[in-house]
Design a protein around this ligand. Sequence first.
Ligand code: ATP
Ligand code: MG
Length: 463
Amino acid sequence: MKRRILLVDDEVNVRKALSTSLRKAGYDTKEAASGAEALEQIGQYEPDVMLLDLRMPEMDGMETLRRLKQAKSAQPSVIMMTAYGSANDVMEAMRLGAYDYVQKPFDLTQVKQVVAKALKPETGDEEGTMRPSQEEQTDCPGYLVGLSPAMQEVYKLVGKVSMTRATVLIQGESGTGKELIARAIHSNSPRADQPLIPVNCGAIPEKLLESELFGYERGAFTGAVARKPGLFEAANGGTLFLDEVGELTPSLQVKLLRVLQERTLVRLGGVEPIPIDVRIIAATNRDLQERIRLELFREDLYYRLNVVPIQMPPLRERKDDIPLLIRHFLTKFGRETGKEGCYLSPAAVELLNAYHWPGNVRQLENTIERAVVLASGPAILPEHVQLQLEETRKASHEAKERRGLQFEDRTMKDIISEVEKEAITRALQREKGNRLRTAKRLGISRSALLYKMDMYAIDVSEE
Ligand SMILES: Nc1ncnc2c1ncn2[C@@H]1O[C@H](COP(=O)(O)OP(=O)(O)OP(=O)(O)O)[C@@H](O)[C@H]1O
Ligand SMILES: [Mg+2]
């Protein structure tokens, strides 16, 4: 069956030119002289693509597009056409859900290319295309995605500990889902209808954190005009989630240890011990053993927290979960942005599968969100997948600081790439971005250096 194209323009000559050219290319076409006429025809004609002029008397192209998107009718891919293209028009049209944009006077070959591109998604998926997941439940907040053996182990532990009030220590790199697991433990526990109170121990200055956690009596310090119970008390009967627990200062470590041992606390400026019944879940992306060795973290506190350890596997060690996560995030962001039909082209999928995800699930989530926003049509192509360098470099730097270069479950190519990229980046920094001296230092040619910088998206400017 021929694919149908609706041509909407107030100028008859433009319609005729398009019609002749597209019919020759094997498409079926129909013409509409105004936006209103176009909207009327869509119901019966059900076009696959609509070429829509922006400037038309009465209802202009933008308004037509807006009404089309609100209508319950068939939704063709819309290609906007205009003689006076401005950045604002382009952005507005894309925001309203146009597939693409061509400028008049147009080259008919280019129009045919854009039409062909707009039609491609409908011709059946190429092998390797990835679409949003269909299951509804993946949409609820806190839903955990991942069926890899490593995640199954985590789920089992969550199931086992949630019925107890044992203290849990969740360790893992940034973005691996530590907070999500803490929430899962709480919501599967008998305390689920009591509060779960998260505290980020790394983000609050020591003095403030102390009064936040333990509360204070009136007059405990200047400004303490009334008694205030702390977060421990607020979490009574429920769960306190101590995030970034590795950042606690030595004096707060002592205080926390005391609460864990005695199950009571004394407010700042107070004398009476207050009994508390709080389940503690702590999390950190630091290597606590290492911090103990450096005498930055108390060993006795570590044992008190580490009653049940849960180790979150990094994403690169459970690559089987990547496709599931991609589908999950496609659904999520497709829905949020009104681009439900979004799917990943096979080349984009390949890119995501090959990457080593130093920022783990969070980075994958951000990458898909950005790609959904950047894609102008339903297809997400490699150019929409930006594996942001800054984020990557920072995360991999942090990761390396923590655990050295990781060899397990990685291909040789992957490992070598990481080392190579790191070496080039450092040499560039040392040579203040000077390409020639960097190449000399590394014993490669300048063109080889430029090639590799391009390949690894290394971006160090020349001073
Ligand atoms: N298994 C998963 N399924 C679905 N979403 C996940 C999963 N793991 C993580 N996420 C998502 O990734 C993001 C990061 O997760 P989370 O905040 O739990 O990580 P974290 O380990 O606490 O990171 P950080 O150490 O940086 O605080 C969140 O938006 C979370 O919803
Ligand atoms: Mg966290």
